[in-house]
Ligand binder design. Structure first.
Ligand code: ZN
Length: 238
């Protein structure tokens, strides 16, 4: 009886569709969101700054990331961070990289105060819980407020992010022994993570790559192949 009453009070609404949900998301939204996962998250793991991406930015994943950032829904970051961690553990990269220090892309303190949390840090915390990697949330600091990057050209993005980051005090005192894996919610052109990694590299810190929940699709990706389609099509979901 008491348990039943308690469950009425603790039950909340799904942050994506606002229907009643016993857990963080309702079953339908959970399935839709999970179907955004790429078949091969290591597809972009190549080049100077390799990328591990959980899904392609769009549809339910895009909406979830917006709700996470702008609708005070930190539990979504924790949930999706778990998924990113699971995908990493199942990837061939994990077998080769047992020691990693995870650094989330920081927010400017002013934005952090407004939002109440850094979504990249929430994702990174869950990711580290799953993988057992060490987390250094203050590995980088954002010292310059930057404009929203949406709609800016690559050159404008670079200008906007110049001197936006500094290496955190702990790393300045003692360099991490393990290579750094940067974590962010959305990877667009890679300008943000490239700027961040440059700062670490300039201090002699090794950067392994980037893990992001989502990657926006570029013209080059479209030309590339159809290998990166999500696992299931949404129409298959009841
Ligand atoms: Zn829902």
């Amino acid at each position: 009886m008491l348990k039943g009453l308690l469950s009425v009070f603790t039950r909340s609404n799904c942050p994506l569709c606002h229907r009643a949900a016993a857990r963080c998301l309702c079953g339908d939204c959970l399935r839709q969101l999970q179907s955004s996962q790429l078949k091969n998250c290591s597809e972009f793991w190549r080049g100077d700054l390799p990328l591990f991406a959980w899904g392609i930015y769009g549809g339910q994943l895009k909406r979830s990331l917006a709700v996470l950032k702008y609708e005070n829904c930190p539990q979504l970051g924790e949930l999706m961070g778990c998924w990113l961690g699971k995908a990493w553990l199942n990837s061939p990269i994990y077998a080769k990289t047992k020691k990693v220090t995870v650094v989330p892309i920081p927010l400017h303190p002013k934005k952090l105060k407004q939002r109440g949390y850094n979504q990249a840090e929430l994702i990174a915390r869950s990711f580290c819980r799953l993988t057992g990697y060490s987390l250094q949330p203050q590995g980088l600091e954002r010292v310059r407020e930057t404009k929203a990057l949406y709609g800016l050209s690559v050159e404008q993005r670079k200008d906007n992010l110049k001197s936006a980051f500094v290496v955190g005090k702990d790393f300045q005192r003692t360099k991490p022994r393990a290579p750094i894996l940067l974590i962010d919610d959305i990877y667009t052109t890679g300008t943000t993570v490239t700027e961040a990694s440059k700062k670490l590299i300039s201090l002699g810190i090794q950067v392994l790559g980037v893990a992001a929940l989502s990657k926006t699709v570029t013209i080059a990706d479209n030309k590339n192949s159809r290998k990166n389609q999500p696992k299931k099509k949404l129409k298959n979901i009841k």
